[in-house]
Every structure is written in structure tokens, then in C-alpha cells.
Design a binder for this molecule. Structure first.
Ligand code: PLP
Length: 422
């Protein structure tokens, strides 16, 4: 019976995939004897080498004289100095940059960073005009659905599709004939590699987007949650991009530290200062324990090493199992298309002309004890209707090889039945 504000009402809604998660949790709770293969998870796998790295860094911190300084004191809003220093050094060395500490902001997870950016640059301007938050390539990360205090500010663009009919593969590309970035744009946000599709837009496409954004002084918020150097979840060559109107945003969540909430923005001091003030107002600063262990893992070079040699091959091999199983078991006559697996921890399947909705397919798969995520939740900000939205599912690569193979065989059977019935 409390009277919520406009923002209160909006922020108390569950957006996108969080709404589905409720149904999944309920299904698992009522499972009883049934054993579900859960391919819905966005939680990274606990990989032993990765866990060991964080445990070792913690042990070192506990034994050091730094400990009290880390947990018993407030720090600067910008972040814990040794972590900032480690990132500056590592990125300058890896990518030939000229960063200083003024180019870095540490946030409590990268989701917080997108919230700051979406509301600092998007929404209503001083003159009352609406500044849009542009998602240039839909489908996109479902978490962007809730980042703006003004829902109407979010605008996503439909992609074009590269389709390999015989190979049953496809890839989304930004549709530059439609994409508008101009004076009405507050900021651009995109993930690369992309959750949910595993797409990596090319350097050329990304440059084109930043160039489009430059004349109107629009920041491009690049979500590098799966990008090299950590977690390094790219399965194809890609060059991280920096500078000018591009804000490069890292997350340590997929590098084994989701619980510690560490996001990092790298960009021009002018952008960093805006976001830093936002953060001071909101929460003063990020917790420092996670930052202190991250500083050690990065400065020693171990995080980069483990990302490349353990984290990336782990998920890449899962994608290979998924791909092989689908190729072997999916009915040849059905127009199914797997998105090219270029990175992240998910794969994305498009079932063209699917005779039922993605939600109904999700229910059918649940009957076979397989849980995926219906694709229509991954189109935040897309205003027009598009049949394609209801023809896709997201499949997580966080299960074991056996589970993935079994689940994909069951999926193939369900798909065969569903298309036969049409
Ligand atoms: N961006 C993308 C593309 C993600 O997939 C996720 C988490 O799944 C996030 C951001 C949020 O990450 P963080 O834990 O850093 O807030």
C-alpha cells in the first residue's frame, strides 16, 4: 500500500531474463525426482585453477600489512590505487596505450557502470529533449533493459543477417542503413563479445559506430565483459578498442569474481569524472577487498595468463561440443541456424519459421528436462514487432560436455516433432 514514485514503480519491475529466472527457479524447486539439464545459467563455472588464483590472492592479502588499510578504511571514489595502477600498467603494455590513473574508474560491477552511463548521458536533457540510449545491434544483453530511469529512452536497432543456408549458421551485423546516432542520442551501448549471441562485431563495424557518434559528441559505451585480456572469452581474433568517445568497460565477473562486483571503465578523464561523481552520490565507492585481490592477480600477470590458457579454452570446447551435436542430430530439412560462436559463454539458436513461440518451445523443452532461455527476452529497447524475436533460444555453455550433448540431442527431437506437426 505504499505510494511509489514513478521511478520506484519502474525499478520494482523485473526486466527481461530476470522474469524468466523466476519460472526456472520455480521449475527446479518442484523438480522432485526429475533431473533437469539447466542451460539457462549466466553464472560462470567455478574452474579449479581460477578459484585457486583468487584463493591464493586472498591468502596473500590476509598475510600482508595491507589488510587493515583495505578493509578498515574508506577509500577514494575512483577506486583502490593499486588496482588502478595495475590496470594502467597492464593495458599500456598490452595495447601500446598511454593511460594514466585519470583514465580509470572502478565500479561495483559493470552493471552499475551502465546504470551511471545510461542516466548521465541518456534520458531528458536540460532543455527537456529526450536523449536516446542507442543499442545498435539487437538482440543485446537483457540487463540493459533496466538501466535507464526513463524506459522510453532506450532504442535498439534491428540487425541484418548473414545466413549460410547449407551450413546452418548465421551472424548478425549492424544495419547501417537504419542506425541513427545524432544530436538526439545520449549514448550508445553495445556488448562485444555479445551476450546472448556470442557475436563479435568487427573492428571496422565498431569504428564505424564510434565515427558516427563523434560529431554529436556521443560516448560509445563498449561492454567488454567477455573481451580480452580478461576474461578473454573471444574465440575469434578481435582487437580491443580505446580512446576518444569510446569508453571501454571491463568486468571481472566472467574471470571468476562475480561475487566481488568489480567493473572498470577506461576512457577520457572527462567521461570518467562524470561517472565518478555519479558513483560518489550513489554509493561512495566500490568495496575494496575484491579490488585488492584483483590488483594482485593483474599485477602478477596471472589473471591474463589464466584467462588465455584456462578460461577461454574451457568455454570454447563447450561450444565445439554443442556445434558437433547439433550438426549430427538436428533434422536436415528444418531451417535451423546457429549463430557463429565468436565468444562469450552462450550460444544462440534461430529456428526460422518456428511453428510455435520461443516461450512454448521453452515449455516443450522443459517437458524433456532441458532448460534454456526463450530468446524474446533479449531484445530490450526494440520498439517494432519482429517475428524473428520469437524464433530464438539462448543456450548456456556452463554445463558439462555430457549435459550439453544430451540436451542438444533432446532439443533436436523436440524440434523435429514441432516442425512435423506444423
Ligand atoms: N554485460 C554483459 C554483456 C553481461 O553478460 C553481464 C553479466 O552477465 C554484465 C554486463 C554484468 O556484469 P557485472 O557482473 O560486471 O555487473
Amino acid at each position: 500500500d505504499y505510494n511509489l514514485s514513478h521511478f520506484g514503480t519502474q525499478m520494482s519491475e523485473l526486466t527481461g531474463v530476470r522474469a524468466i529466472m523466476k519460472d526456472i527457479i520455480e521449475t527446479l524447486r518442484q523438480a522432485g525426482e526429475r533431473e533437469f539439464i539447466n542451460l539457462s545459467a549466466g553464472n560462470p563455472v567455478i574452474i579449479p585453477e581460477v578459484e585457486k588464483l583468487w584463493r591464493d590472492c586472498t591468502a596473500e592479502l590476509l598475510a600482508s600489512s595491507e589488510y587493515g588499510e583495505v578493509v578498515c578504511r574508506y577509500g577514494s571514489s575512483q577506486g583502490y590505487a593499486p588496482l588502478i595502477e595495475a590496470i594502467v600498467k597492464d593495458f599500456n603494455q598490452r595495447y601500446g596505450l598511454n593511460l594514466s590513473d585519470r583514465n580509470i574508474l572502478i565500479t561495483p560491477g559493470s552493471q552499475a557502470l551502465y546504470f551511471y552511463a545510461a542516466n548521465a548521458f541518456g534520458g531528458y536533457a536540460e532543455d527537456g529533449s529526450l536523449k536516446e540510449i542507442v543499442l545498435p545491434l539487437s538482440p543485446e544483453y537483457t540487463g540493459y533493459g533496466g538501466v535507464s530511469l526513463f524506459k522510453e529512452a532506450l532504442r535498439a536497432y534491428k540487425p541484418t543477417l548473414d545466413i549460410d543456408e547449407n551450413g546452418h549458421r548465421f551472424k548478425y551485423r549492424p544495419d547501417f542503413s537504419q542506425l541513427a546516432i545524432n544530436e538526439q542520442t545520449g549514448c550508445v551501448i553495445l556488448s562485444r563479445p555479445c551476450n546472448p549471441t556470442g557475436n563479435v562485431i568487427s573492428d571496422e563495424e565498431l569504428n564505424k559506430i564510434t565515427e558516427l557518434a563523434k560529431p554529436a559528441h556521443v560516448p560509445v559505451i563498449l561492454d567488454a565483459a567477455y573481451s580480452p585480456p580478461y576474461p578473454g572469452l573471444n574465440f575469434t581474433e578481435m582487437t580491443p578498442q580505446f580512446g576518444e568517445n569510446l569508453l571501454h568497460c571491463l568486468s571481472l565477473s566472467k574471470a571468476g569474481l562475480p561475487g566481488e562486483r568489480i567493473g572498470v571503465a577506461i576512457g577520457e578523464p572527462e567521461l570518467i569524472e562524470v561517472l565518478e561523481s555519479f558513483q560518489t552520490n550513489l554509493c561512495i565507492h566500490s568495496p575494496r577487498y575484491g579490488q585488492a585481490i584483483a590488483a594482485r592477480a593483474i599485477a602478477s600477470g596471472q589473471l591474463g595468463h589464466i584467462a588465455e590458457n584456462v578460461i577461454r579454452p574451457h568455454y570454447q570446447s563447450k561450444f565445439a561440443v554443442l556445434e558437433e551435436t547439433l550438426d549430427a542430430y538436428m533434422p536436415k530439412t528444418v531451417p535451423w541456424f546457429l549463430h557463429r560462436g565468436e565468444g562469450a559463454i552462450f550460444s544462440w539458436l534461430w529456428l526460422k519459421d518456428l511453428p510455435l513461440s520461443d516461450w512454448d518451445l521453452y515449455q516443450e523443452l522443459k517437458q524433456q528436462d532441458v532448460i534454456v532461455v526463450p530468446g524474446s527476452t533479449f531484445f530490450p529497447g526494440l520498439k517494432e514487432e519482429w517475428q524473428h524475436k520469437h524464433q530464438c533460444i539462448r543456450i548456456s555453455l556452463t554445463a558439462t560436455n555430457e549435459e550439453i550433448a544430451t540436451a542438444m540431442q533432446r532439443l533436436a527431437k523436440v524440434v523435429e516433432k514441432v516442425y512435423q506437426g506444423s
